[in-house]
Design a protein around this ligand. Sequence first.
Ligand code: SAM
Length: 284
Amino acid sequence: MSWDFDYCSTSALNNLLKANGLGMTKKFGQNFLINKAALEKIVSLSTAACGLSVWEIGPGIGALTSHLLATGAKVTAFEIDRGFCKILKEQAFADEKNFTLVEGDALKTWKQVWKENGTPDIICANLPYNVGSVLIASFIENRCLPSIMVYTLQTEVVRRICALPGDADYSGFSVVTCADYENSLSITLKPGNFWPAPNVDSAVVTMKKREKSLLDPSTEKAFFPTVRAVFSQRRKTVRNNLKALGKTPEQIERALEKAGISPDERAENLSVEKLAILTSALSE
Ligand code: SAM
């Protein structure tokens, strides 16, 4: 049973934190979502439902968690703030059998949980901006690939996740996030939807796993280091950036030719498919 708490009332939030001797910490990107309609919409985008497993990163004191639990889903929540963990365990979800809390830095704890329990059906989170992109890349590069991921992030980061080759926002992160997922910007959220209000606009991105990955299993391990190298210096050509992989100039020329990529091409014009062919050609 979840508790009956008004997560959208700033005075209720203030009083609860005060009563527990807590405050909001900037370094952990603590901005609670206080718009009930947005919380409901995020949960509906996540497709959370009875019996499905959901990971939530950064539950805070449980605003999104309580909506996820209301669907009957089994929620594993990763929270770094000890004070929030205490509220989650002792007050908010003390008797909730579908709630599991993993205390500590999600960047360090998620792999063990994954090893023990496998990939969740869903990841849904209002992510701390400072760790958001690192965490998403870490899930994907380690091949923890749930069928759906729904994230609230800085709009700028969501634009990068949804960008296509040639777009101003296209980056190595766009390649990493779209190799296995089809991504779309689902909601935009002005700072006033959060407490305290952040300095930037936010957006919700829905990432749906592709029926078939754009990566071949035989090259997927080498793909991510190749992408990192190709995008390492924006001003440099692909040929120059590839030197970081320790290949000879001849190997690089040959691989580029095989992939049909001009040596003077810039990374921001290369699709996932082209980069996958390049990865495979480099390993020959
Ligand atoms: N889910 C709540 C909501 O939607 O209102 C809170 C979201 S708030 C933007 C981010 C939350 O992530 C905070 O509770 C913060 O303490 C937590 N957090 C920050 N860094 C973290 C990390 N490395 N691992 C786990 N939780 C983290």
